[in-house]
Design a protein. Structure first.
Length: 278
């Protein structure tokens, strides 16, 4: 799937449950042909119509998590040693950042199965992964001055371009499009997983980090797939709002968008690093 937080089956399950929620031991009335089962009109706001997912709420949740991630990233940046005053640059990755990656990953996985916990797990992911992103960014910046600002600018630009392309329906998220991006994403994740396992035995898949033309082409493809995942995220946000999903799905959506943005940013760093190394 494009994003472990956005689980279509979970959303459909919760949407079905939300259609007839239980309040104080009583199920919301379901209208039928019988006048005895007609819903009671108690005004513009009812216990079964409030507290639903909105676009503005999703934007607020996403912004909140992004702020937490940036704050944590600043600490990760400071914790990573990196100096290049006159001679060769040196850099040390803080071991605690690996804990942040593991904790953040677990928070995302749990959110995919327990969406109602997303409001609490979202900040955990942002703080944990943010620290690691800051440390990684410091490493790139130590050896290639100015690359972090370029990657941030590229990520923001791609986000807004994808948002415009989606809103204008130039990019339409059809079932075929969704399947293609999901399979491409899974393929990339499997390749990265194999590369990690190989690195444990001293081997590597050279083109993943190689500044060769093939390596640069691979990074371009990965960045495109990451960008297309944003379209899937936008589509699921739109569907969630239209379905009247519970308000907690604003945080589920926020985690999903942040996961994709972090991935896109890291891939932009890798791509720019390869280009500058040629």
């Amino acid at each position: 799937m494009s994003n472990p937080v956005f689980n279509d089956e979970t959303m459909r399950r919760d949407a079905a449950g939300w259609a007839a929620p239980v309040r104080d031991g009583h199920t919301a009335p379901v209208p039928t042909g019988s006048p005895l089962n007609a819903p009671v009109n108690d005004g513009p706001t009812t216990p079964w119509s409030k507290d639903v997912m909105t676009v503005n709420g999703t934007i607020t949740a996403t912004a909140s998590l992004l702020i937490l991630l940036l704050i944590s990233a600043s600490f990760g940046w400071s914790a990573a040693g990196g100096t290049a005053p006159t001679g060769e640059a040196t850099y040390s990755f803080p071991p605690v950042a690996m804990i942040g990656i593991i904790v953040g990953f677990i928070a995302v996985i749990v959110s995919s199965f327990k969406p109602m916990l997303a409001k609490f797990l979202g900040p955990i992911y942002a703080l944990g992964y943010g620290f690691a992103v800051g440390a990684i960014s410091k490493g790139y910046e130590t050896f290639q001055n100015g690359i972090v600002l370029q990657a941030v600018g590229a990520t923001i630009s791609v986000f807004f371009v994808m948002l415009v392309l989606y809103r204008t329906r130039i990019i339409k998220v059809t079932d075929k499009f969704r399947r293609s991006i999901i399979f491409a994403t899974l393929g990339i994740m499997v390749l990265y997983g194999v590369s990690f396992l190989m690195s444990l035995f001293g081997a590597s898949i050279s083109f993943i980090n190689s500044p060769s033309l093939f390596g640069i082409g691979f990074s371009v493809v990965v960045c495109v797939v990451a960008a297309m995942n944003l379209a899937l995220d936008f589509d699921r946000v739109e569907k969630g709002v239209a379905a009247g999903m519970p308000k907690t799905y604003e945080w589920v959506s926020a985690i999903g968008l942040l996961v994709t943005l972090v991935w896109l940013y890291l891939e932009m760093l890798r791509l720019l690093s390869k280009i500058q190394s040629r």
